[in-house]
Design a protein around this ligand. Structure first.
Ligand code: ADE
Length: 228
């Protein structure tokens, strides 16, 4: 059994359509749809935007379905100039850019309890994701840190701050939370994002235009991942 989590239905709906032998399980306010995806046992969920929604969904998925790995997929804003709309970013690690206990002596971004800034993603799953992403025609693939926070980033200055603190290649709202839940339960995790906007002053315009294209890229990667 493998686990897939997207924040919004547009990010997983094409995969939901491919799921056969479907069964729905409701836990709290999350609905988990399990079945066969490209021949593999899989469970899919739409967690809703933001870190708490994502962490709760990931934890319920882990405890109820015991997936061998969990992949958070969807769209993201670009984290730096070299990353463009339509590109894919696969996380080496995820950070939570809005965590800040620096006034009491911690480094910015350090998540207490696990005491990490960079929450690692599984290296073997990442290598398979990179190979799967490279099989999608016409898409540039980047590997690097993905930065998560409870904000839609739409300012060049905010994006620059996140990039200078964490060297983030993409900004989004769930990956760091799914990675933390997986880390705390010892479950391998991957974060795969397709860029829908530049996370600058134009992001509110670009996001609705490019979300569907970006979501379709990450769904194609999952198909390659599960079939190769
Ligand atoms: N997801 C897609 N674009 C984003 C942005 N600019 N900020 C946060 N999450 C996003």
């Amino acid at each position: 059994m493998v686990g897939l989590i997207g924040a919004m239905s547009v990010e997983v709906e094409a995969l939901m359509d491919k799921l056969t032998e479907r069964r729905e399980t409701r836990i709290g306010m999350d609905t988990f749809v399990s079945g066969k995806l490209f021949g593999r046992d899989a469970v899919l969920a739409v967690c809703g935007p933001g870190k708490i929604n994502a962490a709760l969904c990931a934890q319920s998925m882990i405890l109820h379905f015991h997936p061998e790995w969990v992949l958070n997929l969807g769209v993201a804003g670009a984290g730096e100039g070299g990353v463009s709309i339509g590109d894919m970013v696969i996380a080496t690690a995820a950070v939570q850019h809005d965590v800040d206990t620096s006034p009491i002596g911690d480094p910015v971004g350090m998540v207490s309890k696990i005491n990490l800034i960079e929450i690692p993603c599984d290296a073997a799953l990442r290598a398979r994701l990179v190979a799967a992403a490279k099989a999608v025609e016409g898409v540039r693939v980047h590997e690097g840190v993905i930065a998560t926070g409870d904000q839609f980033i739409h300012s060049g200055d905010v994006r620059s701050r996140i990039n200078s603190l964490f060297h983030a290649k993409a900004v989004e709202m769930e990956g760091g939370a799914v990675a933390q839940a997986c880390y705390m339960h010892g479950v391998p995790c991957g974060v795969l994002r397709s860029i829908s906007d530049q996370a600058d002053g134009r992001s509110d315009m670009d996001y609705p235009t490019f979300t569907r294209l970006a979501a379709s890229h990450s769904q194609q990667v999952v198909e390659h991942l599960l079939t190769m």
